[in-house]
Design a protein around this ligand. Structure first.
Ligand code: PLP
Length: 324
């Protein structure tokens, strides 16, 4: 089903998104270099920098929306481009067709973590990307009740290598989890569409609030790469990040929320918020966080399918308490 949804030759399911990304990394050897998006999911950064760097793999981070910068950073040892778009949590956009073209021209692999969009909103393989990876824990599963991952490949031979890696390292998903995922996917379109409508309302509410300094959401008119995003995706998704005007108000804001829960993860039917600097991205050194624009004032919200008015009322009362 996942191969069909993403338009790939083959899909392999894994026990988690991280297991799926780890399997992809078995395609590389000591000495290889991987060029990545500069605002990568914290767990992926941790896998690359803490676990894999000691094995002799090297990683660099670049703005994947700037194809010239990408081409410049591809060296003799570079074997792959690893891309997220929109990125988590800053909603930076990569130009997928340009990334695929650079990879083809240099004879290296292009890999896209498509977790944030799901195949409903964005299908990277159709734009020339070689490998798509998912944390199916998020939108594909959709109910915060299963941990699963998947790799979908344009080339069946690469898919065979993924199936071998899955078996060899034992990163297999359980039959029950696979069943939960199949059931989750049946409601993917209704969930994603409703959550996206809510996210638009939440983003507009936050953008107009005096306690909020900045909102990151691809559909807002001031998003710097709005056009690039909509040239390759059907929607903006339902993750909204925002900076409070006063970073010191963040703890009070988070603890005052009642409908929206403070928890990691995203892409489920219930709305969740996290504080990336101290939660999902805590393993990224503070200097690097700040260098890419991830400040302690930043909050990330995964907007669910609740009544939008309830979400906005909850955000409003928590902001009032936080800045009082
Ligand atoms: C959650 C997430 C992962 C890791 O997936 P798990 O299923 O939690 O292991 C990878 N990439 C992105 C973008 C994610 O949001």
């Amino acid at each position: 089903m996942l191969a069909e949804l993403e338009g790939g030759a083959r899909a392999v399911a894994f026990s988690s998104g991280m297991a799926a990304i780890s399997a992809i990394m078995t395609l590389f050897r000591s000495g290889d270099h991987i060029l990545c998006s500069d605002d990568l999911y914290g767990g992926t950064y941790r896998l690359f920098e803490v676990l894999l760097r000691p094995y002799g793999l090297t990683f660099d981070y670049v703005d994947m929306g700037d194809p010239k910068a990408v081409a410049r950073k591809v060296g003799k040892k570079t074997k792959a481009l690893f891309v997220e778009t929109p990125t988590n949590p800053l909603m930076k956009i990569a130009d997928l067709a340009a990334v695929a073209a650079v990879a083809k021209q240099k004879g290296i692999l292009s890999i896209v973590d498509n977790t944030f969009m799901s195949p409903l909103l964005q299908r990277p393989l159709g734009l020339g990307i070689d490998i798509v990876v998912h944390s199916a824990t998020k939108f594909l599963g959709g109910h915060n009740d299963v941990i699963l991952g998947a790799v979908v490949t344009a080339d069946a031979a690469v898919g065979d290598k993924m199936a071998f890696a899955q078996k060899a390292v034992g990163a297999v998903p359980s039959p029950f989890d696979c069943w939960l995922l199949l059931r989750g996917i049946k409601t993917l379109s209704v969930r994603v569409e409703r959550a996206q409508e809510n996210a638009q309302k939440v983003a507009e509410f936050l953008a107009g609030h005096t306690a909020v300094a900045r909102v990151y959401y691809p559909r807002l008119p001031d998003h710097p790469r709005r056009e690039m995003h909509f040239a390759q995706a059907k929607g903006a998704g339902s993750v909204v990040s925002f900076d409070l005007s006063d970073a010191k108000a963040v703890p009070k804001f988070l603890s005052s929320l009642k409908t929206v829960l403070l928890a990691e993860s995203l892409g489920g039917v219930e709305s969740l918020v996290t504080h990336p600097a101290t939660m999902t991205h805590a393993d990224i050194p503070v200097e690097e966080q700040v260098a890419v624009g991830l400040f302690p004032s930043l909050v990330r919200m995964s907007v669910g399918i609740e009544a939008a008015d309830d979400l906005i009322a909850d955000l409003g009362q928590a902001l009032r308490r936080a800045v009082r």
